[in-house]
Design a protein. Sequence first.
Length: 285
Amino acid sequence: MTISGAARIAGVMGWPVDHSLSPRLHGYWLDFYAIDGAYIPLAVHPDRLEDALRALPALGFAGANLTMPHKEKALKIVDICDEAATRIGAINTVVVRSDGSIEGRNTDGRGFLQSVHAGAPQWRVGDGPVALIGAGGAARAVCVTLQEAGSPEIRITNRTAERAGVLACEFGSPIITVPWAERTTALEGVSLLVNATTLGMSGQPPLDLDLDLLPRSAVVTDIVYTPLKTALLNEAETRGNRIVDGLGMLLHQARPGFATYFDREPEVTTALREHMMNQIENPHG
């Protein structure tokens, strides 16, 4: 990595932020493309988020990505937002514009869809209904993206029924809700199953979901990437379903921000995946 007085600077804001893989991901691209720049972790307390975002232009930053717990609060701070971020209700990318204003974008949905297409190139959004587990921020991004891409039906099931209902009312057709107690019925005839919760993540409770009604032609994906292959993905793969792990979404959602910050469109390659898999397995290495 080369850093001069003319280096382009970006980073990731979170609280805490030491868990974030973004510096290692962007650092890989900076090294690979020999870019004069740096991407650094920024530990920002929620009470100082507005101060930190407003300081980006003065400090010469090209922008910053956002991780928990800043994505929703930042939406109300930035000067302008893209349509996807407004509908999702959260931003994960902040761009410093030439006039010094700050723009919020959300690339999570785009990253999700690109990851599915890369991991299961035979799948098409019009192939059939989608079963979506969860109704939080990640689920909102998935819903907006699938809806805009032309999904014929999105079946949402969530442990808290009210949250799923709010999401369905807000976004409208083709989204429908399925009670949590009847979640297995949501799998019948679907072309894609998405787990957009932390259930199954290391240190979290498992996702209790019977796959008997899931067509073997369906693609199964999980936004979780620790572990890289969750119990859900293991079970789905064993029964013959095509699976897509959560690492792809992490990689693809980062591409638009990197391209904006460092003026280079990065690629998601096999070598990059192997590098990031090693970072996941050896986080302190």
